[in-house]
Design a protein around this ligand. Structure first.
Ligand SMILES: Cc1cc2nc3c(=O)[nH]c(=O)nc-3n(C[C@H](O)[C@H](O)[C@H](O)COP(=O)(O)OP(=O)(O)OC[C@H]3O[C@@H](n4cnc5c(N)ncnc54)[C@H](O)[C@@H]3O)c2cc1C
Length: 393
């Protein structure tokens, strides 16, 4: 996007010069390293391993981690800006980051032991290894507490993990999995425990997800089958029986990235539409002259402004230490739903061309559907938001 268009599509008056320079740096990185491959990896349905090293070299991979853990100490506002920029160009890379850094590295930083932080974080931040987050199961999606994966105590502080995780982003390429299993089913969700498991452990089998994904086709999605994978208590993250809280905290951290990524997709849909409607001619004029087209552009634009405002509001409140579940649910719910509406309109505005992979908007529409589902569906966000308001009464 040209700088002029960037200013038009990103008129955030509240960014300071340093934040604006930061967003520009990430945008230049995304344009240089990610944009040339974004369409190809979607069409070829391949995970691009080289992008991991590029993200590390650009100091993005460890971005939100503290410097002593190999990170850059990004604020939440910087995280949101980075994920908007990357999301606008490549949903696959943004999704990779949300899992690798948001769900795995940040969880280890927040809940891991000193030894776990030392062992895993510098290598995750440096791109030497890849992380994945194993929570979802066949019968436990939104209802995380219903998980059937078990961590059976076998003495001397050791556990054997049995169970199957599905839809695991990076699952087939990861070196380490933060997996959740119930070590004491009688205690219900208070038995759930997080374990860091190297993916070359005996008894761990990885399979590609069956079927073909609607979007995020340049991402790696796998099923992880645990058949008696043995781990010691040094693999436990956040304490025995605290896994439910660790997982929810991880999702809390990651949701800001999803919300910001949705703003990026929304912006890309608007940008592509602006370019198209100002050049496509029908009835002897460019189609931007038609009021019904203008109405759609106006709707996309105002929703983008609202979406970004909610995301940055949430990020600023996170930085100030006052963010609530309601702030985050509002940001994730609104930004993903608004982005889906924008992509839908973008396809329509492109006419038949919008229906073809020769134009960018069909990929945006396919990718955005995932953001409404993972890290808590829109219905789950609505429930969180409603409960936050009801509690506040
Ligand atoms: C691209 C992609 C990547 C993913 N990556 C990962 C990953 O890395 N790690 C991981 O662990 N998981 C991952 N997931 C899984 C994802 O987190 C789940 O798909 C999601 O949590 C929903 O669970 P489910 O698919 O079982 O749907 P279900 O929970 O069965 O939901 C089905 C429908 O019921 C609705 N519903 C359920 N409960 C309620 C309720 N209480 N109130 C109202 N409506 C409700 C839902 O909103 C949805 O519409 C990924 C999914 C996708 C699509």
């Amino acid at each position: 996007m040209s700088d002029q268009a960037f200013q038009a599509v990103l008129p955030d008056p509240d960014l300071d010069d340093a934040q604006r320079a930061f967003a520009h740096r990430i945008r230049a990185f995304a344009a240089d390293k990610l944009a040339p491959h974004a369409r190809r990896i979607d069409e070829e349905e391949v995970f691009r391993a080289e992008s991991v090293a590029e993200l590390a070299a650009a100091r993005v991979l460890g971005g939100p981690l503290r410097p002593e853990n190999g990170g850059e100490g990004w604020s939440a506002v910087e995280l949101a800006l980075a994920h908007e920029e990357i999301g606008a160009v490549c949903g696959n890379t943004r999704g990779f980051l949300a899992v690798h850094t948001g769900l795995v590295s940040q969880c280890i930083e927040a809940h891991g032991s000193d030894a776990q932080r030392r062992t895993w974080l510098p290598r995750l931040a440096g791109g030497e290894i890849i992380g994945c987050f194993g929570l979802t199961e066949e019968e436990a999606g939104s209802d995380v507490g219903a998980m059937q994966t078990r961590a059976e105590p076998v003495g001397d502080g050791r556990y054997r993990i049995h169970g199957k995780k599905i839809w695991i982003t990076n699952g087939g390429v990861a070196d380490v999995c933060l997996v959740f299993a119930n070590a004491d089913p009688e205690r219900g969700k208070d038995g759930i425990t997080g374990f860091l498991v190297p993916t070359d452990s005996a008894g761990l089998r990885r399979e590609r997800m069956p079927g073909r994904e609607l979007g995020h086709r340049g991402s790696d999605h796998a099923q992880l089958v645990f058949e008696g994978v043995e781990v010691g208590e040094d693999a436990i993250v956040g304490g025995l029986g605290n896994g439910f809280r660790v997982a929810l905290d991880g999702l809390h951290a990651g949701r800001l990235s999803v919300a910001a990524g949705a703003v990026g997709i929304h912006r890309a849909a608007l940008d592509a539409s602006l370019r198209f409607v100002t050049t496509r001619e029908q009835f002897g004029r460019t189609i931007d002259r038609f009021q019904m087209v203008q109405e759609r552009i106006a709707d996309m634009a105002v929703e983008l402004l609202a979406s970004r405002a909610l995301v940055l509001r949430c990020a600023r409140r996170r930085d100030a230490g006052v963010e609530t579940d309601g702030d985050l649910a509002a940001a994730k719910l609104y930004s993903t739903e608004a982005a889906a509406r924008a992509c839908d309109q973008a396809v329509l505005l492109h006419g038949g061309r919008g229906y073809s992979s020769a134009y960018p908007v069909e990929r945006l529409l396919r990718d955005v559907m995932g953001l409404r589902i993972y890290e808590g569906t829109s219905m789950i966000q609505k429930g969180l938001l409603a409960r936050a308001f009801l509690r506040a009464r």
